[in-house]
Ligand binder design. Sequence first.
Ligand code: FBP
Length: 568
Amino acid sequence: MSTLVEQLIQTEAHKSVFESAVRQLPLPVCAAFGSSGSPQAVGFSNTARVLSTRDSDGVRAQFPQSVAASGNVVLTSAGPGSTRVQGKRVAVLFSGGPAAGGHNVVCGIKRVLGAGNTLFGVKAGPKGLLKGSLFEITDANVDFIINTGGFDFLGSDRTKIKSDEQFAQVRETCIKHNLDAIVVVGGDDSNTNAAVLAESLFTGVKADGSGVQVIGVPKTIDGDLQVGDLLAISFGFDTATRIYSEMVGNILQDTSSSLKYWHFVKLMGRSASHVALEVALQTKPAITLISEEIAARKESLASIIDRVAQVIVERSHKGMNYGVLLAPEGLIEFIPEMNAMIAELNDVLAHHVAEFAALADDAKPAFVGSRLSPDNANLLASLPHYIVNMLLAERDSHGNLQVSLIPTEQLLIDMAKQRVRELDPAVPFAAHSHFLGYEGRCGAPTLFDAAYTYNLGLTAGSLILDGRTGYMATITGLSSGGVPQAIPLAGLLNIERRHGKDEFVIEKALVKMDSPAMQYFVSRREAWAAGDLFTSPGPRQFWGPTTHQLPISVALNSGADALMFNIG
Ligand code: FBP
């Protein structure tokens, strides 16, 4: 074999030149953890902040032990933690969609637990917890997964732990592996699950009557798990939006080079439009639809299409028969008439599960249509088959419509084409559709996500050593050194209608119309529509001038003076 072939084979199995190099990148830690070389656990004390939601009374009744213990008070790091805690057995699992930095959470927990405690990985998410699929994580594992993207070290899934039988299975796993604590790395639904687990495992799991601690870690590329200044952003958002921004920047460059195409790009982010807004701020395309604004304005589908078509026609009259439109993945659920129809549809589906499942696919639209109110039935019938099929597709285990499967970008193209023709038949309109989603979730974490997640892991591990349960780890002060803190999960819960039933949930943080990021976007979008002001931010950097950037929307919303994060 030639030397080059040998070298190439050596790069197999996550040992590319790049992967080997990023493993060596040093990670800064918050001052509270001491030196970055050997970070130490911190202890926690109460702050003066107590969390409450509109459904706090109901939460207190349903989560009595968690609320009594935490008082829904936010915790902050307070000096070194106890170094005498030994022998704890902790399990960590990933839940929901992957997000860059998950591996560093595991590394942070392992480092802070040290040699005196044991960390187990749960294979394939909550389902693995039910089955008891656990394995011990070693220091060698940590050295190998540090700074790498994806969740492939453990795997993930979307199982919601809700039935008595499932809770009994979790208890069995805890007893079988003699667990003291579980860390759930997940989004709003998974952290809701963590709150429920914390209450259910609060006491009486082990022979001595003690319970199992449960700590959440805020993950989701969607960026919709935010708690004001206590949680500026979930991890994974920065990496995903930087990857999408590079791709959109490249497409923008192509449109103004080839001068003949529109590109309609749907961006991941199940409900909220944070991803679309961030990518718009990074790249400045001609049109960006923000779902929350459409809902706030009660804008109909026809009016959205008219708005889009007007821009296409106006640009064409200036000689620009090209451009880029960004649409958030969850758009369809925010258009008022669609939202009302989907809500009724969800109820119909929830009440006819078995009957519906037994039907042939082509009989499903008529079955549902006959059970909807006339307006909603007409709306459903007016939609193209590729949208109807996906609206009727199976919900995930949390009751969510699988918006990543709905080709909204194609619907927008088809409807815009018709409207452009009506407005000015001479305007040429050739469009390509794209969905940028899975491409962005598992990239190697940006330095922000890498450092943030490592510190989140150190915080989660410290909370366990400090004997806490029912909290979500967070790092505040991302531009000023970083402070490990803990948010009481029960203090975030509200009641929402899911699967046709009321359930306790952590509400998704949507884009706020009066947020600085949205206001800035609104102040610039007409100029972006009228001309070619786009930018191509290029690839995310691990070495170089943009290495230490915060997401633009996070920097604007948190009132930062500059675009740089500062942890350590
Ligand atoms: P999480 O909320 O679990 O982080 O997942 C978010 C997400 O990436 C959404 O943006 C997208 O709609 C969804 O996952 C896709 O889910 P799946 O991986 O099951 O196709």
